[in-house]
Ligand binder design. Structure first.
Ligand code: FMN
Length: 327
Protein backbone atom coordinates (compact mmCIF):
# COMPACT_ATOMS: atom_id res chain seq x y z
CA UNK A 1 0.00 0.00 0.00
CA UNK A 2 1.53 3.30 -1.10
CA UNK A 3 0.87 6.59 0.71
CA UNK A 4 1.76 10.20 0.08
CA UNK A 5 4.09 9.99 3.09
CA UNK A 6 6.31 7.22 1.74
CA UNK A 7 10.00 8.09 1.86
CA UNK A 8 11.51 7.43 -1.57
CA UNK A 9 14.52 8.09 -3.76
CA UNK A 10 14.24 9.48 -7.27
CA UNK A 11 17.73 9.10 -8.75
CA UNK A 12 19.82 11.56 -6.68
CA UNK A 13 16.84 13.00 -4.78
CA UNK A 14 15.91 11.78 -1.29
CA UNK A 15 12.26 12.67 -0.74
CA UNK A 16 10.53 12.53 2.64
CA UNK A 17 7.14 12.17 0.92
CA UNK A 18 5.63 11.88 -2.55
CA UNK A 19 4.44 15.50 -2.67
CA UNK A 20 6.28 18.00 -4.85
CA UNK A 21 5.78 21.73 -5.20
CA UNK A 22 5.07 22.26 -8.91
CA UNK A 23 6.78 25.24 -10.55
CA UNK A 24 5.14 28.50 -9.53
CA UNK A 25 6.25 31.82 -10.99
CA UNK A 26 6.61 34.20 -8.05
CA UNK A 27 7.09 37.38 -10.13
CA UNK A 28 9.77 38.65 -7.77
CA UNK A 29 12.80 39.15 -10.03
CA UNK A 30 13.72 42.38 -11.80
CA UNK A 31 14.13 42.67 -15.58
CA UNK A 32 17.71 41.32 -15.37
CA UNK A 33 16.60 38.39 -13.22
CA UNK A 34 17.87 39.65 -9.85
CA UNK A 35 15.76 38.39 -6.95
CA UNK A 36 14.15 40.64 -4.36
CA UNK A 37 14.49 39.68 -0.68
CA UNK A 38 10.89 38.41 -0.59
CA UNK A 39 11.75 35.38 -2.73
CA UNK A 40 13.97 33.87 -0.03
CA UNK A 41 11.24 34.26 2.59
CA UNK A 42 8.75 32.49 0.32
CA UNK A 43 11.07 29.55 -0.37
CA UNK A 44 12.01 29.30 3.30
CA UNK A 45 8.34 29.11 4.25
CA UNK A 46 7.64 26.53 1.53
CA UNK A 47 10.58 24.31 2.43
CA UNK A 48 9.61 24.47 6.11
CA UNK A 49 6.05 23.48 5.20
CA UNK A 50 6.70 19.80 4.58
CA UNK A 51 6.97 19.27 0.80
CA UNK A 52 9.26 16.47 -0.37
CA UNK A 53 10.82 18.50 -3.19
CA UNK A 54 10.48 21.98 -4.69
CA UNK A 55 10.51 22.84 -8.39
CA UNK A 56 11.17 26.55 -8.39
CA UNK A 57 9.53 28.48 -11.23
CA UNK A 58 9.81 29.45 -14.93
CA UNK A 59 13.49 30.39 -15.12
CA UNK A 60 14.51 31.70 -18.49
CA UNK A 61 17.70 30.38 -20.05
CA UNK A 62 17.87 33.37 -22.41
CA UNK A 63 18.82 36.97 -21.61
CA UNK A 64 16.52 38.48 -24.22
CA UNK A 65 13.30 36.70 -23.24
CA UNK A 66 10.50 38.58 -21.49
CA UNK A 67 7.33 36.47 -21.42
CA UNK A 68 6.10 37.78 -18.09
CA UNK A 69 7.01 40.32 -15.48
CA UNK A 70 9.19 39.40 -12.54
CA UNK A 71 10.38 36.19 -14.16
CA UNK A 72 13.50 34.44 -12.87
CA UNK A 73 16.51 33.86 -15.10
CA UNK A 74 19.58 31.66 -15.16
CA UNK A 75 20.98 33.18 -18.30
CA UNK A 76 23.97 35.00 -16.86
CA UNK A 77 26.72 33.97 -14.43
CA UNK A 78 26.12 37.06 -12.28
CA UNK A 79 22.83 35.50 -11.17
CA UNK A 80 24.42 32.31 -9.81
CA UNK A 81 25.05 33.64 -6.25
CA UNK A 82 21.40 34.65 -5.88
CA UNK A 83 20.25 31.19 -7.01
CA UNK A 84 22.84 29.71 -4.62
CA UNK A 85 21.21 31.64 -1.78
CA UNK A 86 17.84 30.21 -2.85
CA UNK A 87 19.11 26.61 -2.93
CA UNK A 88 20.88 27.11 0.43
CA UNK A 89 17.61 28.41 1.88
CA UNK A 90 15.72 25.31 0.73
CA UNK A 91 18.51 22.85 1.60
CA UNK A 92 18.59 24.19 5.17
CA UNK A 93 15.30 22.27 5.55
CA UNK A 94 16.75 19.12 3.90
CA UNK A 95 14.49 19.54 0.89
CA UNK A 96 15.83 19.00 -2.64
CA UNK A 97 15.22 21.78 -5.18
CA UNK A 98 14.94 21.66 -8.96
CA UNK A 99 15.15 24.66 -11.29
CA UNK A 100 12.62 24.85 -14.11
CA UNK A 101 14.60 25.79 -17.23
CA UNK A 102 12.39 27.54 -19.73
CA UNK A 103 12.20 29.96 -22.60
CA UNK A 104 9.33 31.64 -24.37
CA UNK A 105 10.72 33.34 -27.47
CA UNK A 106 13.98 33.01 -29.35
CA UNK A 107 14.69 36.29 -31.16
CA UNK A 108 10.95 36.75 -31.66
CA UNK A 109 10.94 34.01 -34.32
CA UNK A 110 8.04 31.71 -34.99
CA UNK A 111 8.95 28.02 -34.65
CA UNK A 112 8.69 27.43 -38.40
CA UNK A 113 11.12 30.31 -39.03
CA UNK A 114 13.95 28.82 -36.94
CA UNK A 115 17.08 27.82 -38.82
CA UNK A 116 19.17 24.80 -37.81
CA UNK A 117 21.72 27.26 -36.37
CA UNK A 118 18.94 28.79 -34.23
CA UNK A 119 17.97 25.35 -32.95
CA UNK A 120 21.60 24.59 -32.06
CA UNK A 121 21.77 27.93 -30.23
CA UNK A 122 18.61 27.16 -28.27
CA UNK A 123 19.98 23.75 -27.25
CA UNK A 124 23.15 25.44 -26.01
CA UNK A 125 21.16 27.98 -23.98
CA UNK A 126 19.47 25.15 -22.05
CA UNK A 127 22.74 23.23 -21.66
CA UNK A 128 24.64 26.30 -20.41
CA UNK A 129 21.83 27.17 -18.00
CA UNK A 130 22.10 23.65 -16.56
CA UNK A 131 25.82 24.30 -15.93
CA UNK A 132 24.84 27.42 -13.98
CA UNK A 133 22.17 25.42 -12.12
CA UNK A 134 24.82 23.00 -10.90
CA UNK A 135 27.07 25.86 -9.76
CA UNK A 136 24.07 27.34 -7.95
CA UNK A 137 23.52 24.08 -6.05
CA UNK A 138 20.29 22.84 -7.65
CA UNK A 139 19.67 19.09 -7.33
CA UNK A 140 18.00 18.92 -10.70
CA UNK A 141 16.69 20.73 -13.73
CA UNK A 142 13.25 20.53 -15.25
CA UNK A 143 13.00 21.10 -19.00
CA UNK A 144 9.78 23.12 -19.40
CA UNK A 145 8.04 21.74 -22.49
CA UNK A 146 4.48 22.58 -21.39
CA UNK A 147 1.95 25.42 -21.32
CA UNK A 148 2.60 26.87 -24.77
CA UNK A 149 6.10 28.18 -24.11
CA UNK A 150 8.97 27.69 -26.59
CA UNK A 151 9.63 23.93 -26.25
CA UNK A 152 5.91 23.26 -25.90
CA UNK A 153 5.33 25.00 -29.23
CA UNK A 154 8.39 23.30 -30.71
CA UNK A 155 6.89 19.84 -30.09
CA UNK A 156 3.42 20.91 -31.19
CA UNK A 157 2.28 20.09 -34.73
CA UNK A 158 0.29 23.32 -34.62
CA UNK A 159 3.57 25.28 -34.60
CA UNK A 160 6.31 23.03 -35.97
CA UNK A 161 5.86 21.99 -39.60
CA UNK A 162 9.60 21.50 -40.15
CA UNK A 163 10.05 18.03 -38.64
CA UNK A 164 8.05 14.98 -37.57
CA UNK A 165 10.49 14.26 -34.74
CA UNK A 166 10.66 17.56 -32.82
CA UNK A 167 11.44 15.64 -29.61
CA UNK A 168 15.01 15.37 -30.94
CA UNK A 169 15.69 18.86 -29.56
CA UNK A 170 14.60 17.84 -26.05
CA UNK A 171 16.59 14.60 -26.31
CA UNK A 172 19.68 16.51 -27.42
CA UNK A 173 19.30 18.97 -24.52
CA UNK A 174 18.85 16.14 -22.00
CA UNK A 175 21.71 14.07 -23.43
CA UNK A 176 24.13 17.00 -23.29
CA UNK A 177 23.11 17.88 -19.73
CA UNK A 178 23.49 14.25 -18.67
CA UNK A 179 26.91 14.01 -20.31
CA UNK A 180 28.09 17.09 -18.40
CA UNK A 181 26.37 16.27 -15.10
CA UNK A 182 25.61 12.54 -14.78
CA UNK A 183 24.33 12.86 -11.19
CA UNK A 184 21.94 15.75 -11.83
CA UNK A 185 18.22 14.96 -11.87
CA UNK A 186 16.69 15.78 -15.28
CA UNK A 187 12.92 16.15 -15.43
CA UNK A 188 10.55 17.38 -18.12
CA UNK A 189 7.13 19.04 -17.78
CA UNK A 190 4.93 18.32 -20.78
CA UNK A 191 1.34 18.86 -21.84
CA UNK A 192 -0.79 15.72 -21.93
CA UNK A 193 -2.55 17.71 -24.64
CA UNK A 194 -2.45 21.26 -25.97
CA UNK A 195 -6.25 21.12 -26.13
CA UNK A 196 -6.24 23.03 -29.41
CA UNK A 197 -7.19 21.79 -32.85
CA UNK A 198 -4.07 20.56 -34.68
CA UNK A 199 -1.92 20.85 -31.56
CA UNK A 200 -0.10 18.18 -29.57
CA UNK A 201 -2.73 15.61 -28.57
CA UNK A 202 -2.49 12.71 -26.14
CA UNK A 203 -1.10 10.33 -28.77
CA UNK A 204 1.54 12.85 -29.81
CA UNK A 205 2.47 13.64 -26.21
CA UNK A 206 2.75 9.92 -25.42
CA UNK A 207 5.05 9.42 -28.42
CA UNK A 208 7.29 12.37 -27.40
CA UNK A 209 7.42 11.28 -23.75
CA UNK A 210 8.31 7.67 -24.57
CA UNK A 211 11.06 8.86 -26.94
CA UNK A 212 12.50 11.25 -24.32
CA UNK A 213 12.12 9.00 -21.26
CA UNK A 214 15.41 7.17 -21.76
CA UNK A 215 17.25 10.47 -21.33
CA UNK A 216 15.22 11.75 -18.37
CA UNK A 217 14.80 10.87 -14.69
CA UNK A 218 11.14 11.92 -14.32
CA UNK A 219 8.26 13.38 -16.33
CA UNK A 220 5.65 15.79 -14.92
CA UNK A 221 2.32 15.66 -16.74
CA UNK A 222 0.35 18.87 -17.20
CA UNK A 223 -1.66 20.42 -20.05
CA UNK A 224 -2.54 23.78 -21.56
CA UNK A 225 -4.90 25.71 -19.29
CA UNK A 226 -3.14 23.94 -16.43
CA UNK A 227 -4.71 25.89 -13.54
CA UNK A 228 -8.34 24.80 -13.95
CA UNK A 229 -10.87 26.74 -11.90
CA UNK A 230 -13.62 25.42 -9.65
CA UNK A 231 -11.80 22.33 -8.35
CA UNK A 232 -13.56 20.62 -5.45
CA UNK A 233 -12.12 17.85 -3.29
CA UNK A 234 -13.69 14.51 -4.10
CA UNK A 235 -15.47 15.92 -7.18
CA UNK A 236 -13.13 16.93 -10.00
CA UNK A 237 -9.58 16.62 -8.66
CA UNK A 238 -6.52 15.50 -10.66
CA UNK A 239 -7.80 16.42 -14.10
CA UNK A 240 -4.87 14.95 -16.08
CA UNK A 241 -4.98 11.66 -14.16
CA UNK A 242 -6.29 9.36 -16.91
CA UNK A 243 -3.54 10.29 -19.36
CA UNK A 244 -0.78 10.30 -16.70
CA UNK A 245 -1.81 6.82 -15.57
CA UNK A 246 -1.50 5.56 -19.16
CA UNK A 247 1.92 7.24 -19.52
CA UNK A 248 3.15 5.71 -16.27
CA UNK A 249 2.45 2.24 -17.70
CA UNK A 250 4.54 3.06 -20.78
CA UNK A 251 7.70 4.61 -19.33
CA UNK A 252 10.28 3.24 -16.93
CA UNK A 253 10.83 6.51 -15.04
CA UNK A 254 8.66 8.13 -12.36
CA UNK A 255 5.63 10.08 -13.56
CA UNK A 256 4.62 13.14 -11.55
CA UNK A 257 1.02 14.30 -11.91
CA UNK A 258 0.08 17.95 -11.44
CA UNK A 259 -3.27 19.69 -11.56
CA UNK A 260 -6.10 19.88 -9.06
CA UNK A 261 -4.91 17.78 -6.13
CA UNK A 262 -6.90 18.93 -3.12
CA UNK A 263 -7.34 15.94 -0.81
CA UNK A 264 -4.97 13.37 0.63
CA UNK A 265 -7.57 10.64 0.11
CA UNK A 266 -7.66 11.22 -3.63
CA UNK A 267 -3.87 11.36 -3.91
CA UNK A 268 -3.48 8.10 -1.97
CA UNK A 269 -6.06 6.53 -4.28
CA UNK A 270 -4.09 7.64 -7.35
CA UNK A 271 -0.88 6.16 -5.91
CA UNK A 272 -2.55 2.81 -5.32
CA UNK A 273 -4.77 2.58 -8.39
CA UNK A 274 -2.12 3.66 -10.91
CA UNK A 275 1.66 3.60 -11.47
CA UNK A 276 1.89 7.38 -10.95
CA UNK A 277 4.67 7.84 -8.37
CA UNK A 278 4.46 11.49 -7.30
CA UNK A 279 1.87 14.25 -7.04
CA UNK A 280 2.76 17.89 -7.51
CA UNK A 281 0.88 20.93 -6.28
CA UNK A 282 0.97 24.66 -6.89
CA UNK A 283 -2.08 26.65 -5.75
CA UNK A 284 -2.75 24.62 -2.58
CA UNK A 285 0.74 25.63 -1.39
CA UNK A 286 0.12 29.27 -2.31
CA UNK A 287 -2.95 29.07 -0.05
CA UNK A 288 -1.26 27.01 2.70
CA UNK A 289 2.54 26.73 2.46
CA UNK A 290 2.42 24.39 5.48
CA UNK A 291 -0.32 22.16 4.03
CA UNK A 292 1.84 19.03 4.02
CA UNK A 293 2.84 19.49 7.67
CA UNK A 294 -0.83 20.01 8.52
CA UNK A 295 -1.77 16.75 6.81
CA UNK A 296 1.11 14.88 8.41
CA UNK A 297 0.10 16.12 11.85
CA UNK A 298 -3.30 14.47 11.42
CA UNK A 299 -5.49 17.37 10.26
CA UNK A 300 -6.29 15.83 6.89
CA UNK A 301 -9.13 18.08 5.76
CA UNK A 302 -8.70 19.04 2.07
CA UNK A 303 -6.71 22.01 0.86
CA UNK A 304 -8.38 25.36 1.53
CA UNK A 305 -7.60 26.47 -2.04
CA UNK A 306 -10.80 27.37 -3.89
CA UNK A 307 -9.02 27.50 -7.31
CA UNK A 308 -10.11 31.11 -7.93
CA UNK A 309 -6.77 31.84 -9.68
CA UNK A 310 -6.55 35.29 -8.11
CA UNK A 311 -2.97 34.33 -7.16
CA UNK A 312 -2.05 34.94 -10.82
CA UNK A 313 -2.96 38.60 -10.32
CA UNK A 314 -1.71 39.56 -6.87
CA UNK A 315 1.72 41.02 -6.06
CA UNK A 316 4.22 38.18 -5.49
CA UNK A 317 1.36 35.85 -6.48
CA UNK A 318 0.04 35.73 -2.95
CA UNK A 319 -3.27 34.10 -2.11
CA UNK A 320 -5.99 36.73 -1.63
CA UNK A 321 -7.42 34.75 1.28
CA UNK A 322 -4.02 34.83 2.99
CA UNK A 323 -3.66 38.54 2.28
CA UNK A 324 -7.05 39.08 3.91
CA UNK A 325 -5.83 37.06 6.89
CA UNK A 326 -2.87 39.47 7.06
CA UNK A 327 -0.34 36.75 6.07
C1 FMN B 1 0.65 31.84 -9.77
C2 FMN B 1 1.01 30.64 -10.59
C3 FMN B 1 2.22 30.61 -11.25
C4 FMN B 1 2.58 29.49 -12.00
N1 FMN B 1 3.81 29.44 -12.59
C5 FMN B 1 4.20 28.33 -13.26
C6 FMN B 1 5.53 28.23 -13.76
O1 FMN B 1 6.36 29.11 -13.58
N2 FMN B 1 5.83 27.10 -14.46
C7 FMN B 1 4.94 26.07 -14.65
O2 FMN B 1 5.27 25.07 -15.27
N3 FMN B 1 3.68 26.14 -14.16
C8 FMN B 1 3.32 27.23 -13.46
N4 FMN B 1 2.06 27.28 -12.88
C9 FMN B 1 1.16 26.11 -13.05
C10 FMN B 1 1.31 25.15 -11.86
O3 FMN B 1 2.60 24.59 -11.78
C11 FMN B 1 0.32 23.96 -11.97
O4 FMN B 1 0.67 23.23 -13.14
C12 FMN B 1 -1.15 24.37 -12.04
O5 FMN B 1 -1.45 25.50 -11.24
C13 FMN B 1 -2.08 23.22 -11.64
O6 FMN B 1 -1.77 22.72 -10.36
P1 FMN B 1 -2.57 23.15 -9.02
O7 FMN B 1 -4.00 22.76 -9.19
O8 FMN B 1 -1.88 22.39 -7.94
O9 FMN B 1 -2.43 24.64 -8.90
C14 FMN B 1 1.69 28.38 -12.11
C15 FMN B 1 0.48 28.41 -11.41
C16 FMN B 1 0.14 29.51 -10.65
C17 FMN B 1 -1.16 29.49 -9.89
Amino acid sequence: MKTVFDKTRMKNLALKNRLIRSATWEALADAEGHFGEEIYRIYDELAAGGVGCIINEFTSVYEDDYPHAGMARLSNDVLIPEHRRLTDTVHAHHVPVIVQLAMDEYQGKKIDALSSADIDAVRELFVKAADKAVLAGYDGVQIHAAHGFFLSRYISPAHNHQTNTPETLIIDIAKAIRANHPDLHISMKINSSDFVKGGLDENGSMRVSIACAEFLDSIEVSGNGTSAVGIKAGVNEAYFRRYAAALAKNVGIPVILVGGHRSMENMNRILNDTDIAYLSLSRPLVREPDLINRWESGNTSPSKCVSCNMCYRTPAHRCIFRLREGK
